[in-house]
Structure formats: C-alpha cells, structure tokens
Design a binder for this molecule. Sequence first.
Ligand code: GTP
Length: 598
Amino acid sequence: SKREHIRNFSIIAHIDHGKSTLADRILEKTGLITARDQRDQYLDRMDIERERGITIKAQSVRIPYKAKNGKDYILNLIDTPGHVDFGYEVSRSLAACEGSLLVVDATQGVEAQTLANVYLALENNHEIIPVLNKVDLPSADVDKVKVEIEEGIGLDCSHAVPVSAKTGIGVEELIEDIVDRLPPPEGDPDAPLKALVFDSWYDSYQGVVVLFRMIDGKIRKGDRIKMFSTGISYEVVRLGVFSPDILDIEQLEAGEVGFFCANIKVLSDAKVGDTVTSENNPTLTPIEGFKEAKPMVFCGLYPSDSVDYEQLKQSLEKLQLNDAAFSYEPETSQALGFGFRCGFLGLLHMEIIQERLEREFQIDLIATAPSVVYKVETTDGKTLMIDNPSKLPDPGRIVTLYEPYVSMEVHVPNEYVGNILKLCEEKRGIQKDMRYLSATRVVISYELPFAEIVYDFFDRLKSGSKGYASMDYEFSEYHSSDLVRLDMRINGDPVDALAVIVHREKAYYYGRAVALKLKRTIPRQLFEVIIQASIGNKVIARERNAPIGKNVIAKCYGGDITRKRKLLEKQKEGKKRMKRMGNVELPQEAFLAALRLD
Ligand code: GTP
C-alpha cells in the first residue's frame, strides 16, 4: 500500500543541540533544497526565531526520497517548537508521527529538554533513533553520551547514529535508518475522515492554514469537513503539501501529512490538537489529547504614550489572529491609564510578544511584572481566578488562597548540586527525587510554586551552575499557600500596577528589596518622594528620595555644548518610558523592580 512508503518523523532535541541544522542537512542530502537556500535555515522563518535561536512555529516538509533499496519513499519531517512554553504543541506534533530522531549534542550530553521530549515521544508510542551530533568537534564523546542515554533514559543505543549536522558526516546513513527503522503509518483509508490538526496559522490571503496528519479516510479539495471541537463545517478550498514550497494536491489519505485552507476566519476555530472529520460521514471518536491552550502568565501592557492606545489595540488584535494561545482584554490602572491585561503560555511567550509589539508595531510599552493565576475561595462561597495582584480581595474576604505549582526537573553537573538545592529550597520547592544520570550528572526533581519561577529563577539557575544546568517543567496542580498582597505606595498612594502577591514569610524581605529598587529607579524630583511597602494598612518598609533643587544642566557649568546636548538627549530618552503617577514619574524599570532583586 501507499502507507508502506511513508515515514512521518520529527526531530527532538535540547535547545542548541542542532535540531535545525540537522533538518537543513536532511533536506539538502535528499536534494530538496540546495546548500544555498539552506543558509536561511529553511525551517526557521521568523526573524525573532533566528535571533533567539528558537523555533516557534512548527512547520512540516514533505521529502521525496529514493532509498538504497531502490524504492521511492515520502518522508514527512514534522518540526516541533523548541521551548518549555510550547510543550502541548510539541506533544501534538509528535502525535502526528510514528518516530523521532533524538538529537543529543555529543559534546554536552543529555539535558533537561532531551528527557522531557523523550517522555513526550514515548507517550506517543514513538520509535526513537538516538542521534549523536557534533562528532566533528574534538570534544565530542560519543561513548560517554551513549552511556548517559542508555542509563539515564533507558533507550537502547546500539543503533545510535553518530553524525555531524554541520559537515554532513553520517547524515546519509541516518536517512536510510529513517526508512529502515521507523514504522510506516497505520490507518484505514476507507474509514470516515479523521485527521489531527498539529499546527495552524493565519494568512492574510488564505485565512487560516491548517497543517494536519491524516489518521483515517481521505480528504479531497471541495470536500465538506467539520472541526470536532466547534462542530463548525467548511469547504476545503485548497489542499496541498509543503515540499518545501507549496504543492497543490487533489487528495490525501490515511497516513499522509498536508495542509488545507477552508475559509476559516479565526485561528481559534482550528485549534492545535483538534480533530478534522467529514460533515456527512463523521468519525464517532475524536483523536485523544485535545486541550485548549491556556494562558498561565499575565501582565499588563500599557502604551508609554497614551496616544498609542488605539494602535496598541490594533496590534494586539493582529497578534492574536496568529496566536490562539495569546489573550488580551482592556484594563485600566490608576497608575498607568488605559491598557490591556495580556495572557501568555509562559515567560518566553510573553517576551516574544512584547518584543514583536515594540519591533514590528513600533509601540513603546510599559509592562507590569508578570503574575501567575491565583485561585481564591471567598467568604461568600465563590471561587475566583485572579490574574492581577491588585484585584486580590481583601484578606477579610479570603477563606483560602491557592497558587499553581509546577513539577520541575533540573539537570546539573554534580559539583553544582548544592547551589541548585539551595535555590529550590529558597523558592519554596518540595524535593521529589534526585538521581545520577551518569557519574557526573544529576537529575533533581522538585515541585515548585510557579510564581517563584516567574521571578528570577532562570538567571539564578544559570549563575548557580556556571551556565551548565538545564531545566524543564510542566504544570502540576494548585496548592493552598499563605500568601499576601504587597502594595507599594508612593507618597502615600498605592500604585496598583506595582502590587504583587508573595508568600507571607517573604513579604518583609520582598517589600524592602522592592522599595529600595524603586528608590533607585525613580528619578529624583523637585520634592520629597516617600516609597513604602505595605500589607493592608501595615507599612513594612520605607524609603525616601530627597528633593533635588537644580536643573540637570546646571551641572555642566554652561561649558561644553556637546556634553550639554547629550545630557538633554539622554533626558529625553529616559522620558520615553515613563508614566506619571500623581506628580511622580515612574520609569519602566520601576514596574519590573519586583522581578530582579539583586
Ligand atoms: P533550537 O532551534 O534553539 O532548538 O536549536 P537547534 O537545536 O535547532 O540548534 P541549531 O541547529 O540552531 O544549532 C545550534 C548550534 O550548534 C549552531 O551554532 C550550529 O551551527 C551548531 N551545530 C549544529 N550541528 C553541529 C555540528 O554537527 N557540529 C558543529 N560543530 N556545530 C553544530
């Protein structure tokens, strides 16, 4: 059958272990692209991705391949996003394939995301081919890394393939292995249509483009199809594959991978993980594992200059067209005026969106400190979900306050274990497990409050391990915690955008640190500024900025004119990201003061 000659696979790896480079090399060795196209890393399209070296948008490529056995195959390479925030998308991409190439940098060894990705692949019953990359480098130690994979992950490495994605060593053998060792897809072309959406995006000409994997049945251009989760029907107006350019195709059947357009107007009508079926002859059971992507981290985004409000609103609308996981709604802040409460999958997702707003849409933003979503049971029997600390009810109205926890695995060389344990304890973590991956590498498992990670966890993890620790986490559950709302007051007025929720035991330390940070970031004024941290009406920390009397230019003694101009320009720059609070100007750093407490 046709299916016998199809192989659907993805490449999974820890960040920087060479996933994109290997994908490019496979496309080149199979003749799909030339070495020249490759320079732009075909699979990584967006600028931001390239700069950050991460893959955000999954994209699949169909690769025709004549194997050494003389037969023609179709290899579908399904790309997966490479960051912890996109774990659900990764799992759906993996659900679209039968096997994966597990790329491990032979100079580095197994890292946290190596393991996290392997778990996801195993959950999807994948056949896994271990690939030891970067063997061109003198520091590559293939045997040591094989032992790590065998002992640490429990994967047989007798057929592991050493390669250099950079020079191409071993890549042709690897492609043969994909054909020989990965199973072909199963599925029944005569059963009712059942297909898995594993990626979708908005295109201004085509509407929503849906990438999907055929499980059962057939799909043809002109067919009436139905999305399982919404029950909405559409007509397939375009059907095709990326190879790597668009190739229109009449029909796709069980086992194949492709895209369709069906005049779907909004991304939320074609969600990743949803099942596509036929309108007239629907499948009875959807594909398992569908979840709605839910924002986990929230922050307020405000235009620095209120005249940009409309533009910000339009930009957010545009962003959401292409990102169903991103949410926003209008909010007002006494301190910041009109803006939006925005929800993200995680911190990286948040940074990417903020960056795009500033870069692509050229809006100067004030972002408030990110917050997780708290669950509150109130005295009147209600359960509230709170994503903005200033909205937390008064202590008298709260019966129980819950916060989200994550399960985390940290991989670290054994000499830094002490530092990491100390960090996790300080962050209110509960140790679950600790084991040796090899003689020198340790895996530590913790349950941690998500809020503690949102603050300075990543930086501290890296600095506590000289950059060698890697981590991965997933959400576990809500636990009740003794949390309080800490308000920051400037000249007596609480600044709503600076409110944070912290653990009671840390409130004092926290309040002092933030007050000090504000003292340093708020420019001195012509009058005295008093900064206070309080819990309810109780002040727990106080700082003071003495007034300044003179214009800054006075410092230049009227002398050097270029120096004077520079100073004025600098002042203007500083103004850009300021917000007036009463008569006090608050710079952006003030709103992030809670984030970095050094
Ligand atoms: P993310 O997209 O961030 O997940 O990274 P990735 O896993 O796709 O890694 P990428 O392909 O971007 O490679 C990371 C770095 O390793 C790049 O600087 C590559 O040039 C380099 N690299 C990849 N493969 C090899 C290899 O076989 N040998 C050497 N020397 N360098 C390699």
